[in-house]
Design a protein around this ligand. Structure first.
Ligand code: ASP
Ligand code: MG
Length: 694
């Protein structure tokens, strides 16, 4: 069984009714059909006026004439005479002013439709919804809650009583209460009638035919760029309808939903358009569906509802976006955005600005043309990868200041991910390396040749032989792609960009001095603070906090700083190789023999010596710093990494914890000193995002 419901404008004229009959006959070729119809458009309103008028004669006549005009165009001969007689009979009833006069429009329209189908040879049966849909007594014309048990049984019996009928036609909206009085299902209630018939009959399909192309992201009269929502959940459709989307009467959702019957919202004037399907068949992903608005009973305020589907992780971000969108449109909301129900966000505005507010919110959430989309593939799902995802999720990928939208297509720590991305990623997408892989860089040239940009926070991918480094840079330049790696030294600090372009010193760099080992800075500054922890204890703590490699000697030996120095120097145009750098580790060679536990034992054995030395240095006003230096002049360059003793006049003297300091000297100006936090996944991730958007 298929239930088809047509709204007032779908049956507003003879031409419109003919369209309806075409749709019904096509459906009837496949299955039995229940056709539910509204009154012809404007009829219910007119009837309400008639009910209130002192002298309704004129209005009654003009409404009757509208119906007779339709009949005259649809029928000839005796059929026409019979249809007109039928119509006049109903109008006689109306003249007697029954208590619920507005319910009669549906009787008129459906009698005409049923008669016309019969004329065309369809086996049709008109059903009187007054006998089938039962409500509790209500207040005013609308009845109380529907007695589902009675209603469903009555509908089933009525259908069973006419086994030969192919099409049943029934009026929407009208019902009868338990006292026998005619009632309605409330304004717009024909949708509900249809849903009740569908649920009673366990219909395969419920289609609500109207005059718009489905449920739209907003009222297109308010937001001209509004578009049809192809699929929506029952809940979201219900919420949109409840909060002002006029296309559907909210109570109609539930009966169909309970039986799992999909509701199609279709356009009678464009029957080929699939419209909107309301069901729960879709996989649930977070997605904003539409924006609706409803004037409050006070007549001066309007509440606007942005409806979403799926897990509500981004609601704080959504609230911010709404506030900003309104502010940018010069609209002052009344109160805060409320996203408490987890599905919808509400905001109240003055009614005179409501249309502008809806348009602004629609622009922000549904008109993405202004933001260009960047597809991102992230290799590495450690602390940085997770932080990156959290930032993107937190703002729903929207970076309006940069005019861009970031979509993380995939994120993975899998070994073969780089190759997978090469197969899959589109040109202009961005590959992010936040792994600690030593060989992932071997895919970079190929990626750049495929038009894939690269953002890298993995310094192992840069500290490679200079020829390879140069080949990657060349591939980027030749293919018009970017290869950015600002977070490889000093995390989110603007060090590399200052060397390459920011400070305009580029090739003029004569010297770089960098205290950029977070691990060593942490250990050294804490030891200096003298809280009583031994040197070994602090190294263990740094290790526990994830500041070191599994073997902390890797950091103590200066390897990580070496990588950073290579990157810094190359950025300044010096083709430095590892072997060019002289490293004097902070500890003697005996510490680098044996296993990690031997190492800690040796440290403990020498703790007194360390403490003694720290004491002496303190007395002299000196501090130890592990400094990487690259110097160059006309004759060449020199690079080294060593422990230095610095006094209070050194920029390296005041450092706390994992702070980094880099000093860039150039011929023309005073040294540039860049100091700040060199650690933290969130900072690294924000640096990566800056590189992506830049
Ligand atoms: N004709 C009724 C109304 O205008 C019911 C409906 O159209 O759904 O409210
Ligand atoms: Mg309607």
């Amino acid at each position: 069984m298929i239930v088809l419901k047509f709204g007032g404008s779908s049956v507003a004229s003879a031409t419109a009714m003919s369209r309806v009959l075409d749709i019904v006959e096509q459906a009837a070729a496949k299955d039995r059909v229940v056709l539910i119809s509204s009154a012809i458009s404007g009829c219910t309103d007119a009837l309400i006026q008639i009910g209130k008028a002192e002298d309704p004669e004129h209005m009654i006549n003009s409404l009757r004439d509208r119906h007779i005009a339709i009949i005259n165009r649809l029928f000839t001969g005796t059929e026409r005479a019979e249809a007109i007689a039928d119509c006049r009979n109903i109008f006689t009833e109306i003249r007697c002013i029954p208590p619920v006069i507005e319910a009669f429009g549906e009787l008129l329209s459906t009698r005409i439709l049923a008669r016309k189908l019969a004329c065309e040879g369809v086996k049709v049966k008109w059903l009187d919804s007054r006998d089938l849909v039962r409500t509790a007594p209500g207040s005013g014309s609308a009845g109380g809650p529907v007695d589902l048990e009675f209603t469903y049984a009555a509908i089933r019996d009525a259908i069973a009583a006419s086994p030969n009928a192919k099409v049943f036609v029934a009026p929407g909206f009208i019902a009868r209460d338990t006292n026998g009085a005619v009632t309605t299902l409330g304004r717009g209630g024909s949708d509900y009638t249809a849903s009740l018939y569908a649920a009673a009959l366990q219909a395969d399909d419920l289609q609500i035919w109207t005059d718009v192309p489905g449920i739209m992201t907003a009222n297109p009269k308010v937001a001209p760029a509004a578009r049809t929502i192809p699929e929506i959940s029952y809940r979201a459709a219900f919420d949109m309808a409840r909060h002002g989307a006029k296309v559907l009467y909210a109570p109609a959702v539930e009966p169909a939903m309970r039986c799992g019957i999909a509701i199609g919202i279709r356009n009678t004037f464009d029957p080929a358009n699939p419209g909107t399907v309301i069901s729960d068949r879709r996989a649930v992903v977070r997605e904003w569906k539409g924006v609706s608005s409803l004037d409050d009973p006070d007549g001066c305020t309007t509440h606007i509802c942005l409806t979403g589907e799926g897990p509500s992780a981004g609601d704080a971000a959504a609230a911010r976006r709404i506030s900003t969108a309104l502010r940018d449109a010069g609209i002052q909301p009344l109160g805060e955005v409320n996203c408490d129900d987890g599905d919808n966000c509400f905001i109240k505005v003055r009614t005179n600005v409501a249309r502008n507010a809806v348009a602004a919110i629609h622009r922000e959430f549904f008109e993405e043309r202004a933001l260009s989309t960047i597809e991102v593939y992230v290799a590495g799902y450690g602390a940085v990868g997770k932080a990156l995802k959290a930032i993107v999720d937190g703002c729903e990928g929207q970076f309006p200041a940069a005019g861009k939208r970031v979509v993380i297509k995939e994120i993975s720590s899998d070994h073969g991910f780089a190759e997978h991305v090469l197969q899959k990623a589109r040109s202009r997408s961005v590959f992010v390396d936040c792994t600690d892989s030593v060989d992932i860089w071997k895919h970079f040239v190929q990626m750049l040749q495929a038009g894939i940009n690269i953002v890298c926070s993995n310094r192992r991918s840069l500290a490679i032989p200079f020829v390879d480094y140069a080949a990657i840079k060349a591939a980027a330049a030749q293919n018009g792609c970017f290869f950015r790696y600002d977070t490889t030294v000093g995390n989110a600090l603007p060090i590399l960009q200052s060397i390459s372009d920011g400070a305009g010193i580029g090739d003029g760099v004569t010297q770089i001095e960098a205290v950029v080992s977070c691990t060593l800075n942490y250990i050294i500054t804490h030891y200096h603070a003298g809280q009583g922890d031994s040197f070994a204890t602090l190294i263990r703590r740094a290790q526990a906090e994830g500041l070191t490699e599994p073997d902390p000697r890797f950091d103590l030996g200066g390897r990580d700083v070496l990588r950073k120095l290579l990157i810094l120097s190359r950025e300044a145009g010096v083709p430095l190789e590892e072997k060019d750098v002289k490293i004097s580790p902070m500890l003697g060679p005996e510490y680098f023999e044996g296993g990690v536990e031997d190492f800690y034992r040796l440290l403990d054995a020498n703790e007194d010596k360390f403490a003694q030395r720290e004491k002496e240095l303190k007395a002299k006003g000196l501090r130890q710093r592990f400094v990487a230096t690259m110097k160059r002049d006309a004759t060449g360059s020199k690079a080294e990494i060593s422990m230095q003793l610095v006094g209070i006049d050194s920029p390296f003297y005041w450092i706390d914890g994992t702070e980094n300091v880099t000093v860039i000297h150039s011929e023309e100006s005073y040294p540039l000193v860049i100091k700040g936090s060199g650690e933290g996944a969130h900072l690294a991730a924000s640096g990566i995002i800056r590189n992506i958007l830049q």
